[in-house]
Design a protein around this ligand. Structure first.
Ligand code: GSH
Length: 216
């Protein structure tokens, strides 16, 4: 049985969990935090969350894990059959990661962990995010999901904006989801799926527990 290592506050972890649930794959969740200790790095070489353990070994990097799942469990499909259409979904996933997730993540310390204002990030991240928003507006049909049928792009979007949206609101006073026509409805529809709702409920419970622990 596949083991999924990580924790339910991690948005990358939740992308993999969402895909596993959508595909009806049996898996076990193994609690793990990012770590530079050699034991964890023997499983996930960059020390990041998530990684999975399969009967063939460990695998890290979320988009790689998602691709491996899609190839090893093709049904129900989370990518279109046509090669070009598949690539278009991956193009959207790449934009979400490089130009929404990563610049927004530069503010996580300030927003979620009480760190100081990252002035360099404040100036540098916004233009990257704005370009990302334009690219997504251009690329996504939103009919009704990002690339038409429900796909990995919707899973990645739901769990990218889950933290990028509060970051943009708090740091820039900017409704980043509202800036992309159709994005809110597509994310709401993804989160309303049984798999999406389960992942979101677990994420919210884990986040509340983490916040309570940090206060106490
Ligand atoms: N490129 C990695 C990024 C995963 C990632 O950044 N995970 C976070 C938790 S949400 C983490 O492990 N952070 C600790 C670190 O960056 O050292 C992936 O796609 O899986």
């Amino acid at each position: 049985m596949i083991k999924l290592y990580g924790f339910a506050v991690s948005n990358y972890y939740n992308m993999v969990k969402f895909a596993l649930l959508e595909k009806g794959v049996e898996f076990a969740e193994v609690a793990a935090m990012p770590s530079q200790e050699s034991d964890y790095k023997s499983k996930s070489p960059m020390g990041k969350v998530p990684c999975i353990e399969t009967d063939k070994g460990f695998l890290s990097e979320t988009n790689v894990i998602l691709d491996c799942l899609e190839e090893s469990v093709p049904s129900p499909a989370l990518l279109p059959k046509d090669a070009f259409a598949r690539a278009k979904v991956r193009e959207v996933m790449k934009v979400l990661e490089l130009y929404i997730e990563l610049p927004a993540r530069r503010h996580y310390g300030e927003l979620f962990f009480g760190g100081p204002r990252n002035q360099a990030a404040f100036e540098e991240a916004k233009p990257v995010l704005e370009n990302g928003v334009k690219a997504l507006t251009q690329l996504c049909s939103m009919k009704p999901f990002l690339c038409g049928e429900f796909s990995l792009a919707d899973i990645v979007a739901a769990h990218t904006f889950i933290y990028a949206a509060p970051v943009c609101q708090a740091i820039y006073g900017w409704d980043v989801i509202g800036a992309i026509p159709g994005m809110k409805a597509a994310i709401d529809a993804a989160n309303a799926r049984p798999a999406g709702a389960k992942v979101l409920a677990d994420q919210q419970a884990a986040l509340a527990a983490m916040q309570a622990q940090n206060k106490g």
